[in-house]
Ligand binder design. Structure first.
Ligand code: FES
Length: 139
């Protein structure tokens, strides 16, 4: 995947060209709602409430009139131990979230204000389980 932090002065990444069409959505949010059988060693986002959280996010985004933001359910994003997980493009910023309050903060801070929710961010080097990730210890 391209490093979206490596933007040129025209706002495009090195892999984008002037011929690319404009993005259809300003932001595209993928919420993992993958389900695995009980007892699977990696667990899954669905068993940790991902469907409820994703549905809440979609409803709140509509209430906030975020018409240029798409909230999609996704299959496994392969960071299962850190779930429920969500990734927002084009930034490629990941969060682990657990409550409706976390959803509200992601919507307001990231999608409305364009900032980051530091306490929920996942770093590329973060591996599961979530209890071992630094930010979870800081809660
Ligand atoms: S089950 Fe959600 S990231 Fe794999």
């Amino acid at each position: 995947m391209d490093d979206v932090t490596d933007r040129r002065s025209d706002g495009k990444t090195a892999a984008e060209t002037a011929a690319d069409p404009a993005p259809y959505y300003r932001r595209h949010v993928f919420c993992c709602v993958n389900e695995r059988p009980d007892g699977h060693p990696r667990g899954c986002c669905k068993e940790r409430g991902a469907v409820r959280l994703r549905n809440y996010m979609k409803a709140r985004a509509k209430e906030l009139d975020l018409a240029d933001v798409r909230i999609n359910a996704s299959g496994c994003l392969d960071r299962c131990e850190l779930g429920p997980t969500v990734v927002i493009y084009p930034e490629g910023v990941w969060y682990s979230y657990q409550t409706p309050e976390d959803v509200d903060e992601i919507l307001q801070t990231h999608l409305v204000e364009g900032r980051r929710v530091a306490r929920l961010l996942l770093q590329p080097e973060d591996k599961g389980p979530i209890a071992e990730v630094g930010r979870a210890k800081a809660k």
